[in-house]
Design a protein around this ligand. Structure first.
Ligand code: Z5A
Length: 230
């Protein structure tokens, strides 16, 4: 059944909510830019956003969480801050956009908390189920695009991008980039486990392939799922 919201006397169909997930350097930002261009061409009004972030409070929370010196020291405390930021993001940006019939494309969402603070950080999935029920409720993504990549390749890409953005400068890895390879392998397993549990919502793509070929694969699945003309 299509979820609808009443605006005055007219009922507007809820927009679609698409999230991108995956470990470091898998190419989420790159692929979101491709999808956004294709959505523009298809005439779909949409908003691109990210987590943590998307509202003034959530952007401040992002600064705290990504700073390895001041981030909370336990994964549980981090998860609570991610969910506080998510609650604000949902209330101020995501739900209002969806209720206007606009689509929302978000770089990371709750599957990242499952992978980073859950699978890799040790917070129990039952605890995260409770946070999901309290904070997200019915606003789960309609589609999640999981970009799957060997963490060695992803970390190398992220390092190259860091070096290219500030040649010659030393840029400290953020809270999560600086972890051991084993942490990143647990992340990958956590994301894949989420896809196994939610096969209808989460589609897994091989992120090792060429950027343009991957963008085409993603677009054909989005177009198919939501009946868009390619
Ligand atoms: N986090 C968390 O712990 N819990 C949570 O609940 C949430 C988040 C929501 C946010 O960091 C951090 O917060 C994140 C998880 C944690 N961990 N870290 N670090 P962020 O937003 O700053 O960073 P990120 O989300 O990890 O994204 P990223 O590493 O910046 O990468 P990306 O967006 O996936 O990749 P990209 O920038 O598109 O591409 C990376 C490089 O690869 C770039 O130079 C591209 O030109 C290149 N690239 C892209 N595609 C390809 C292909 N196909 N082939 C070759 N090269 C490519």
């Amino acid at each position: 059944m299509t979820e609808t919201f009443s605006i005055g006397s007219a009922a507007t169909a809820r927009g679609k909510f698409i999230t991108f997930e995956g470990g470091e350097g898998v190419g989420k930002s790159t692929q979101i830019a491709h999808l956004s261009r294709r959505l523009d061409e298809a005439g779909v009004t949409h908003r691109v956003t990210r987590e943590p972030g998307g509202t003034p409070f959530a952007e401040e929370a992002r600064k705290i969480l990504l700073d390895p010196i001041i981030t909370p020291k336990t994964s549980f405390a981090q998860a609570m801050l991610f969910y506080a930021a998510r609650s604000d993001h949902l209330d101020q940006l995501i739900r209002p956009e969806l209720s206007r019939g606009h689509w929302v494309v978000c770089d990371r969402f709750a599957d990242s908390t499952r992978a980073y603070q859950g699978a890799a950080g040790g917070v129990q999935w039952e605890v995260l189920d409770t946070f999901d029920a309290l904070v997200i409720g019915a606003t789960m993504p309609d589609l999640t695009i999981l970009l799957d990549l060997d963490p060695k390749v992803g970390l190398a890409r992220a390092n190259e991008r860091r070096a290219a953005s500030s040649p010659g400068a030393f840029l400290r890895a953020d809270t999560f980039e600086g972890r051991q390879l084993e942490f990143h392998q647990r992340l990958r397993d956590g994301f894949l486990e989420g896809a196994r549990v939610h096969p209808h919502r989460v589609l897994v793509f091989d992120a090792f392939q060429n950027e343009i070929a991957l963008a085409e694969q993603i677009w054909s699945q989005v177009a198919l799922r939501f009946n868009l003309t390619k």
